[in-house]
Design a protein around this ligand. Structure first.
Ligand code: PLP
Length: 380
């Protein structure tokens, strides 16, 4: 089956008892055992739940993995992967990553003795420079967040394999519609399912997908032992969202490409970050790695500084001022004070997240309405 057919049918088998086309939502914490010492497929919902399992089956298929695990949030999934590391281990993380991931690595994982270096994952030379004898994992996002940098995942994985490192890719922004990191050699794919997979700003969740079944078992052990699992309600909504993921992504990409060109020409805009623009430094890698579009996220710097950026984000009406991304409705935000406020200011400025930067999550509303809204806010 092709991608979109799988997104609708794999993990969404009809209910044999009632004939219901949509599998029921299993809101239960526990399951009756056949007898003492005997177990059925499910025994307790922290360990496994049928609604969660359906979603895990769907995403494993879409990401070309052998299995997946659904967590309470994207951060819980990232933390799940980080629990593979032990005291003394070292992680190389991209400089262009979600602020919460930066915070987890610098302010939580450090408490268990794991150290982190930030590197430009688009350049092997930068990875080489950060490599230490204790390095165990590379963590990257492509497109990066908020600067939309594109890492050549295959090249990065080839280098990492030669050093015996695990590669984990946060695939939240690309989604498996545009990029499937496991096919390019990555070991772990992570998602904030809160974003494009759910797609409607009404559910919170995270996912890990892997190729190796032993790694899956280890992660399941850690997840069950620590307990940050996705609720069946969220799993139900995210499974429903995934059925239209491909259609939505195509529209997100189409609208974002038009807005990127529009902003690029605008006299009040200093610079636009969008992988589909000819001026993007990794435009050719993006063209090869991203299938059928360059994503629905874009960032831009307005001329001036914080007060000019603030005026724009406070003036849009259709683009609502909120963190998060990837849903049908358009959002606007100011990374320095919102999604990336948890970066140390020094690191934020060093890695190009300056005060005049604005990030858009381009929704799937009519493009003319979106453009009109940005235009009135910029011209105010
Ligand atoms: C790229 C990326 N990864 C991870 C996360 C964390 O996900 P969650 O908010 O579901 O915990 C986010 C949240 O904004 C994100 O944008």
């Amino acid at each position: 089956m092709k991608f979109r057919t799988r997104s609708i049918h794999v993990g969404n088998q009809r209910d044999l008892q009632t004939g219901a086309v949509v599998p029921p939502l299993y809101a239960t914490s526990t399951f009756v055992q056949p007898a003492a010492g005997e177990f059925g497929e499910f025994d307790y919902s922290r360990t496994g739940n049928p609604t969660r399992k359906n979603l895990e089956t769907t995403i494993a298929s879409l990401e070309s993995g052998t299995g997946a695990l659904a967590f309470a949030s994207g951060m819980a999934a990232t933390h799940g992967a980080m629990m593979l590391l032990r005291s003394g281990d070292h992680v190389i993380a991209g400089t262009d990553i979600y602020g919460g991931t930066y915070r987890l690595l610098h302010k939580v994982c450090d408490q268990s003795g794991v150290t982190v270096s930030l590197a430009d994952t688009t350049a092997i030379a930068s990875l080489e420079k950060s490599l230490q004898p204790a390095t165990k994992m590379i963590w990257l996002e492509s497109p990066g967040n908020p600067l939309l940098s594109i890492t050549d995942i295959q090249k990065c994985c080839q280098w990492a394999k030669s050093k015996n490192l695990l590669v984990a890719v946060d695939n939240t922004l690309a989604t498996p519609v545009l990029t499937r990191p496991l096919e390019l050699g990555a070991d772990i794919v992570q998602h904030s399912a809160t974003k494009y997979l759910g797609g409607h700003s009404d559910a919170l969740g995270g996912l890990l997908v892997v190729r190796d079944s032993e790694l899956l078992q280890r992660l399941h052990f850690l997840q069950n032992a620590t307990g940050a699992v996705m609720s069946p309600w969220d799993a139900f909504l995210i499974s429903r969202g995934i059925k239209t993921l491909e259609l939505r992504m195509r529209q997100h990409c189409q609208n974002a490409a038009i807005l990127a060109e529009f902003l690029d020409q605008h006299p009040r805009v200093q610079r636009v970050y969008y992988p589909g623009l000819d001026t993007h430094p990794q435009r050719s890698v993006a063209g090869q790695q991203m299938q059928g579009g360059f994503g629905g996220m874009l960032s831009f710097e307005v001329k001036g500084g914080f007060s000019q950026a603030k005026q724009v984000v406070d003036s849009t009406e259709l683009f609502q001022l909120a963190v998060s991304l990837g849903a049908v409705e358009s959002l606007i935000e100011h990374p320095a004070s919102m999604s990336h406020a948890s970066y140390d200011r020094e690191d934020r400025l060093k890695y190009g997240i300056n005060d005049s930067l604005i990030r858009l999550s381009v929704g799937i509303e009519n493009i003319e309405d979106q453009q009109h809204d940005l235009s009135q806010a910029l011209n105010r």
